[in-house]
Design a protein around this ligand. Structure first.
Ligand code: GUN
Length: 295
C-alpha cells in the first residue's frame, strides 16, 4: 500500500485564505500588518526563501519591508538596524533570515529583536515561554508540522516521536512543542543527532519520524517500521543532469524507498515548506494584533 501524501501546499493555501480574511478585518480597525525582513549577504537559498515569504505576505495583505545588508556588514550595523525596527511603530514583525555570515554572533542578533515583534519565535524569551508551556509565537516549522498532522486528523497524543536533528530552528523547539502537557500534544519525544550511536534503534520504534538534519535521502525503508508517519523537513539540492536547472530538490527521507512502508509521508517540495510560510503569516497576524495592547 502506498503512503498517504501529506499535502502541505493545499493545507497552506487554506490557512492563507483564513489569514487573508483576518488581515482584512484587522485593517478595518486601522492596523496595517507590516513585516520587516532582514537579509544579510547573498546566500542563494535564503534569497529564495525570503522571496517566497514576501510574496506570501503580499497575497494576504500583509505589507513587507525588505532590508538588505552586504555580507561584510558588521554586527553593530545589524544591531542598529534591528533596534530601529524595534522602535518603528509601523513595523509589527521582524524576521532576520538565518544563517547570518560567520563573523556575526547569531544569538546576539536574535536576542536584540523585541520578543513582541519576533515572528520566528526564536528569541530566548519566546523559546523560554515555549519550554514553559506558555508560548507566544511558536517557531514556524514546528508549528507547521503540528498543524499539518492536525489537518489530516492524525492524533499525536501518546505517540513516540523521533526527531532527527537538534537545531534551534526545528529540532529543539519541535521537541518542546510536542512534549507539552496539553491537549493535542503529549508526545514522547526523542531527539537524535550527529553523535547518536544507533539512529535506527530509535527510528524503528517511532510512530512519527521527523527528519531535519539536511542530508539528502538519509532515512531509508530499513530504518522505519511499517505504518509510521514520516515528516521531512530537509531541503537539499542534488545534481540532476536531466533536470532543466541541472539540479533538483530532495528531502532527508528517501521518498521512493519509504512510500510503500510509511502510512503517511510529506513530499519535498510541497510538504513542510509551504506550512512554514503559512505559519509565518499567522505569527505576523498575531504580533500585529497584539500591537494594540503594547502601545
Ligand atoms: N532559515 C531557515 N529557516 C528559517 C526560518 O524559519 N526563519 C529564519 N529567520 N531563518 C531561517
Amino acid at each position: 500500500m502506498s503512503a498517504v501524501l501529506l499535502d502541505g501546499r493545499s493545507i497552506a493555501r487554506q490557512i492563507r485564505e483564513e489569514v487573508k480574511s483576518e488581515v482584512e478585518d484587522l485593517r478595518q480597525t486601522g492596523i496595517k500588518p507590516c513585516l520587516a525582513v532582514l537579509l544579510v549577504g547573498e546566500n542563494p537559498a535564503s534569497e529564495i526563501y525570503v522571496a517566497s515569504k514576501q510574496k506570501a505576505c503580499e497575497k494576504v495583505g500583509i505589507e513587507s519591508q525588505m532590508l538588505r545588508l552586504p555580507a561584510s556588514a558588521s554586527e553593530r550595523e545589524i544591531l542598529r538596524l534591528v533596534s530601529e525596527l524595534n522602535s518603528d511603530e509601523k513595523v509589527h514583525g521582524i524576521l532576520v533570515q538565518l544563517p547570518l555570515p560567520d563573523h556575526i554572533d547569531e544569538l546576539r542578533v536574535i536576542d536584540s529583536i523585541d520578543p513582541r515583534k519576533d515572528v520566528d519565535g526564536f528569541t530566548p524569551e519566546n523559546l523560554g515561554r515555549l519550554l514553559l508551556g506558555k508560548p507566544y509565537t511558536v517557531p514556524c516549522t514546528p508549528a507547521g508540522i503540528v498543524e499539518l498532522l492536525r489537518h489530516y486528523g492524525l492524533q499525536v497524543e501518546g505517540s513516540n516521536v523521533v526527531i532527527i536533528g537538534r537545531s534551534n530552528i526545528v529540532g529543539k523547539p519541535l521537541a518542546a512543542l510536542l512534549v507539552q502537557k496539553a491537549e493535542g500534544y503529549n508526545c514522547t519525544v526523542t531527539i537524535c543527532h550527529s553523535k547518536t550511536r544507533d539512529v535506527t534503534w530509535f527510528t524503528k520504534s517511532a510512530d512519527i519520524i521527523v527528519t531535519a538534519m539536511g542530508r539528502a535521502g538519509f532515512l531509508k525503508a530499513d530504518m522505519v517500521r511499517s505504518g509510521s508517519i514520516i515528516i521531512d523537513v530537509g531541503i537539499n539540492r542534488i545534481t540532476d543532469v536531466t533536470a532543466p536547472k541541472g539540479y533538483r530538490i530532495v528531502g532527508d527521507a528517501d521518498f521512493d524507498d519509504l512510500r510503500d512502508i510509511a502510512s503517511h509521508i510529506t513530499p519535498v517540495p510541497g510538504g513542510v515548506g509551504p506550512m512554514t510560510v503559512a505559519m509565518l503569516l499567522r505569527n505576523t497576524l498575531k504580533v500585529a494584533r497584539s500591537s494594540q495592547w503594547n502601545r
